[in-house]
Design a protein around this ligand. Structure first.
Ligand code: PHE
Ligand code: ZN
Length: 875
């Protein structure tokens, strides 16, 4: 087998030829769709004359080809596995090709495929080359006109506006669409099939009327309200916040069941994984409602940050993704509870992105090479990219940031650009020097800050020392110091208040940002009125790990007094982590576990004090996840972590049973379901309390869980109750509930996904067997990415004790699935391997087992996707 070769950023060259207009005709057929393409091609003004024309093309069967109307002879062009090459072409010409493709057999879900009988496309990043021969790269931007010809498909959609419809002589019907905005091929889309729409309208800031349409299968017509409301809010928000107005008369969203990702921002025709758009109180949880809102907004925001201004090449992917994630995070913060949004985002980020940055696939936000671009739709590109944009916003301030954003959209409208172009606009608008800041884009790994503080009672000075280091990552040995903004306050130990801060004679106020630029810096605060505890990295002001030798008393103090809600939450997490450390050690040493009373006291205070924001309180009462705890350990002992965390949950439940009961009862509600922040907060608080009661299988708790399941009020409550029952030892209660739920919802794929997930996270020992059993269930299919994620992904990522079972059965199961998926859907297969790639973090026995499975995968004939991940994991 020849090894797939990487592509390098440093090899970038402008394309030899541009396409100014692309005209496509599709004659739809499940096994033999004909695609005719007419491309108006011209030499790129910056490239030399006489270069060959090279077009990408995969899995295409070429039927005809003509240049300026003249059919080409076989000797005039070369066909390879990757595409088509015409050695001699004029400066400007028209190229006509006709190919045949088979959407029915497309299980990779890239290019044109069928999902539940509906034709749809996925072209980002390099799917268009599976539709026709084309310079399939984002810096080739053309206007498109697309004709869809169908027989049995009542609905035929593509980008832009419909300009003509009719029936052909042979009875087939057609629709022609025109997209006036030049776009790269990755933003092309078509959808055809038996779909129904829900329509609405939006009037833009300049009074233009836009038709909004959400297209779904008929049975889902009652599940679009929330997505539509979210879309309108997002359109308004982008006008008010960024001055961005929508630019076509029509905006469409389509829901499909088979989709590799969450959703896709195709111009005017966003295609969504049905899980990211459909909601109904009876079928979707609060978390799902919030996810839908965030993704609808994200895809809509791409219309400017991504479509009007796009990426020059795929190394710049974070240019559109980091910025757009930042925009959707701010949107969600503005429409929901801002502190909770931040806590949830950071909590996820520190668990999953930190792990990625510390593993064998670590890469910079702008990678300098890749084998398979689909492997780079990562937490680093997306979420770390967003954190970096957030730092920029904070560094230059919102107003300069907004000016920089305006400048960026104005200067580069209709162009394919780079990350420098974006950062340069910010530098220009603010006058800041962002040269050192650029290192965030090229350096992989999570920077760590070691902080020390000393208070001098005599001089009233507080000396804060910050030292930074970034651990080496694969291919990057030497790390340079980064520009790290550290937002902080000094909390007085007597007053519990933020103290005024003076640094180098300058008054900073009570909450400020200091800038760490060198390996080590000392900050001397003068006139510090009392001995302080520093509250550092407020709001998670930089994506780093911060170490400070806090005592448990310090943390309990910050948990109560810190004026920054985020750091109050974080103090609680740190306090719990310290207690968990002891318990993990006790478990390993076979010593009796003793609960730290400071944690219990802190929880008691939280439960009995009046905290206005119930959603924040629910977060504070939630212990760090097993995955996050594992992140903190030098060597991961999954069993000790699980045992320690369960011990803490049970100890808290025993000590605070009445308090949890009171919170549960005080937050019950019969109000009709609404995905509103107050209701969501109340439900999460109530359900956290119920989780604790169920940790000790308290009689009342069991009765409440059963009653909540039976009441069938909304999916958030039903699913939570069912999960608690299924994860308990009470099979007599769990089995009938699980059966009833499975039967009620057997027709609804999104609910069945939840039914799968909540079973395979069971801590009981038979989890692996249950996964295997459920893989035989009629509702399961390896061809559907949502099913694979719900069952196998959830098991491998969230059921740590069972995935890491010492007989290796969990690993074997995952590898077996990866080997099968490698043929069906390489993109999903490559993503699924992630937990196996983290083998370095475990004991020797598990390391050997995990590596053996990686080797077994590597011995197969592999897709470039899986090859790249496995090769890195074993390097
Ligand atoms: N560009 C999409 C988004 O961020 C994600 C995506 C990538 C979807 C590749 C499909 C394929 O919203
Ligand atoms: Zn995106």
């Amino acid at each position: 087998m020849s090894e797939p070769q990487p592509v390098y950023l440093s090899d970038y060259q402008a394309p030899a030829y541009r396409v100014s207009h692309t005209q496509l005709t599709f004659e739809l057929d499940p096994a033999a769709t004909k695609v005719k393409a007419r491309l108006l091609v011209e030499r790129h003004p910056e490239r030399e004359t006489g270069l060959p024309l090279e077009l990408d093309g995969e899995h295409l069967s070429l039927k005809s080809i003509a240049l300026d109307g003249k059919p080409l002879e076989a000797a005039d062009y070369e066909l390879t596995e990757q595409g088509l090459r015409i050695p001699q072409v004029p400066e400007r010409f028209v190229l006509d090709t006709e190919v045949e493709i088979s959407p029915r057999d497309n299980t990779a879900l890239q290019g044109l495929y069928q999902s539940s009988g509906i034709y749809c496309t996925q072209c980002e990043a390099e799917g268009f080359r599976r539709i026709t021969f084309y310079p399939d790269r984002p810096d080739v931007m053309a206007t498109f006109s697309t004709t869809l010809i169908g027989t049995a498909e009542p609905v035929l959609l593509s980008n832009g506006n419909p300009v003509e419809k009719g029936t052909l002589d042979d009875g087939r019907h057609f629709v022609t669409w025109e997209d006036p905005h030049p776009k790269p091929s990755y933003l092309f889309a078509l959808v055809a099939g038996d779909l129904k729409k829900v329509a609405d309208r939006f009037t833009t800031m300049h009074g233009r009327e836009v038709s909004l349409e959400i297209w779904v299968e008929e049975e889902n017509l009652d599940k679009t309200d929330h997505a539509m409301a979210s879309l309108k809010r997002a359109m308004k928000w982008d006008e008010e916040t960024y001055g961005r107005e929508y630019d076509l008369d029509l905006f469409m969203i389509v829901a499909v069941n088979d989709f590799n990702m969450g959703a896709m921002e195709n111009k005017g025709l966003n295609i969504f994984n049905s899980a990211a758009v459909l909601t109904h109180p009876k079928t979707a949880t609060d978390v799902a409602y919030q996810r839908v809102e965030g993704i609808v907004a994200h895809e809509y925001f791409h219309n400017w940050s991504g479509n009007r201004v796009t990426c020059r090449d795929w190394f710049q992917l974070s240019l559109k993704e980091g910025f757009t994630v930042f925009r959707d995070q701010c949107y969600s913060a503005d429409t929901n509870s801002a502190p909770v949004k931040r806590i949830q985002d950071v909590s996820f980020f520190r668990t999953a992105q930190f792990a990625e940055d510390a593993g064998p696939t670590a890469h910079p936000i702008r990678p300098d090479h890749y084998i398979e671009i689909t492997n780079f739709y990562t937490l680093t590109i997306y979420e770390k990219g967003s954190e970096v944009v957030r730092m920029l916003r904070n560094l230059v301030g919102w107003e300069a940031f907004r000016r920089g954003s305006d400048l960026y959209f104005e200067r580069f409208d209709g162009q394919a650009v780079t990350i420098e172009d974006f950062v340069d606009c910010m530098a220009e608008a603010s006058g800041e020097d962002l040269t050192r800041f650029m290192r965030w884009y090229s350096q992989a790994g999570t920077p760590e800050i070691d902080a020390h503080g000393e208070y001098d009672y005599v001089t009233s000075e507080y000396r804060l020392t910050l030292r930074q280091r970034t651990p080496t990552t694969p291919g990057q040995q030497d790390k340079q110091p980064l520009h790290i903004p550290v937002r902080l306050g000094l909390v007085g130990t007597k007053s519990g208040r933020d103290l005024n801060m003076t640094l180098g004679g300058e008054t900073l106020g009570r909450d400020a940002v200091i800038h760490l630029r060198e390996d080590e810096q000392e900050f001397l605060f003068t006139d510090v009125a009392e001995s302080p505890i520093p509250s550092l990295l407020r709001h998670f002001s930089a994506p780093v790990k911060l170490h400070f030798p806090y005592s448990r008393e310090d943390l309990a103090f910050l948990l109560q007094h810190d004026s920054d809600g985020f750091n109050r939450w974080d103090a609680g997490q740190r306090l719990a982590l310290l207690a968990l450390d002891d318990l993990i050690a006790a478990h390993r040493n076979g010593v009796e576990k003793v609960m730290d009373s400071r944690v219990t006291d802190a929880f008691r205070t939280l439960l009995t004090s009046r905290i206005d924001d119930k959603a924040v309180l629910a977060e504070m009462l939630t212990l760090p996840s097993e995955a996050y705890i594992a992140e903190q350990q030098p060597l991961v002992d999954v069993d000790a972590i699980h045992a320690a965390r369960e011990f803490v949950r049970q100890s808290l439940a025993l000590a605070l049973r009445d308090e949890f009961l009171a919170v549960f009862e005080a937050n019950q509600s019969d109000a009709p379901y609404a995905p509103e922040p107050e209701q969501i907060a109340q439900r999460s608080l109530k359900n956290v309390a119920l989780s604790y009661l169920m940790a000790i299988e308290d009689e009342k708790g069991l009765a409440f869980a059963q009653a909540q399941f039976d009441a069938d009020h909304n999916m958030t409550d039903v699913r939570h109750a069912l999960t608690l029952l299924v994860h308990s030892s009470r099979d007599d209660l769990a089995s009938p509930a699980l059966k009833a739920f499975g039967e009620t919802w057997s027709h609804d794929p999104l609910v069945m996904d939840q039914w799968f997930s909540l079973q395979v996270t069971r801590p009981q020992e038979d989890a692996v067997e249950r996964v295997k059993f459920l893989m035989q269930h009629p509702a399961f299919s390896l061809k559907n990415p949502n099913k694979v994620r719900a069952l196998i992904g959830t098991f491998a990522n969230q059921n740590r004790v069972n995935f890491h079972r010492l007989d290796g059965e969990g690993y074997r199961l995952l590898a077996d699935v990866v080997i099968k998926l490698n043929r069906l859907n390489p993109e999903i297969a490559a993503r699924l391997i992630t937990p196996l790639t983290r083998w370095q973090r475990f004991d020797e026995q598990r390391q050997a087992l995990m590596k053996a499975e990686l080797e077994r995968i590597k011995a197969e004939p592999l897709s470039p996707n899986v090859y790249e991940v496995v090769a890195k994991a074993l390097a």
